[in-house]
Design a protein around this ligand. Sequence first.
Ligand code: OSB
Ligand code: MG
Length: 374
Amino acid sequence: MTMKVEAITLREIQMPLVHFFETSFGRTYNRRIVLLTAHCDGADGWGECVAGEGPFYSSEGTETVWATIKNYLAPAVLGRTLTSARESVSLMARVRGHRMAKAAVENALWDVEAQRTRQPLWNLLGGTRREVACGVSIGIQESIENLLEQIHTELAAGYLRIKVKVKPGWDLNVLERIRSCWPDITLSCDANSAYSLDEVEHLRKFEQFNLLMIEQPLWDDDIYYHARLQLELQTSICLDESIRHARDAAFAVDVGACRIVNIKVGRVGGFTEAKKVHDVCQAGGVPVWCGGMLETGIGRAHNIALSTLENFRLPGDVSASKRYWKEDIIEPEVEVSRHGMISVPDAPGLGYRVRKELVDKLTVRKEMIWPETR
Ligand code: OSB
Ligand code: MG
């Protein structure tokens, strides 16, 4: 199998969220998402860039991703004939950082490779699970009552783990109320770096709520101080932002900075690196789960495929399309069973059909990029 990267289409689509999503770094109502199509000998592969609108979760945002793909990443792969999607990694390696932009390109090529070799993406990635376990991530709300109502709805829908966003002022009071309603549910929290090391005594108070984990309590670029904090806490720390690649994962596992890792394929720069992070964690006895970035169905399909790997042992943040979108851009939409599971599709490639007419309707800019004529 070979695939020649003949052209790449970049698009920005805009989609309003069904409900705003608030974290310790800000609130989002409308997503501005960069989608990418790799055109290779008659096969079209889809990638979704998971960068946020602005550089708040990470340094990337809709605008930087567009410019980086257009000016550097697309030219690095266009006109090349590849024997696997993995080969695109070394072609793009000259560009430092910009991992979410790289992942959009690489992951579209994995879709092409899966289609061309007539297998579902999960199988090409080396997955084994036929269904994946789902949790939900619930943002900061206008009131605790609103939050409790949402948790009630998600538990009734069957989700297996509730994660709530926390920040100073929206933490102990919130966890207290949740636990008084539901003493036994699997519960975790995500601080998105809202605390610092002088708040160890405050973080110690989280222990009473019997959390599955505390996600990214400290700085987004830190591993060492998380190790210091983990020594002080019984509750497992999970790292998200801090893990940019497999070396970070190896460091974090070695120094005991976390006992759980959140893998986001965009954050680590694509499927090739995500698989390495998975393997490093597995070898170190650290279970992983798949994070989410408010993706459309395309990113969601990629996340589902990744979650079939063996060491994805905990429920992920990958949940049903309808929690985010009035109408998703894939068919069928992602649905979650009464038991909180997504069944993994078997069709070649993504396993879902991209609704191109709807994508066109949502597109606010589009550019097709061709190989530079030399
Ligand atoms: O930290 O996991 C995070 C959303 C945007 C940015 C960062 C995060 C999140 C989520 C939402 O938690 C996960 C999802 O439902 O897609
Ligand atoms: Mg997180």
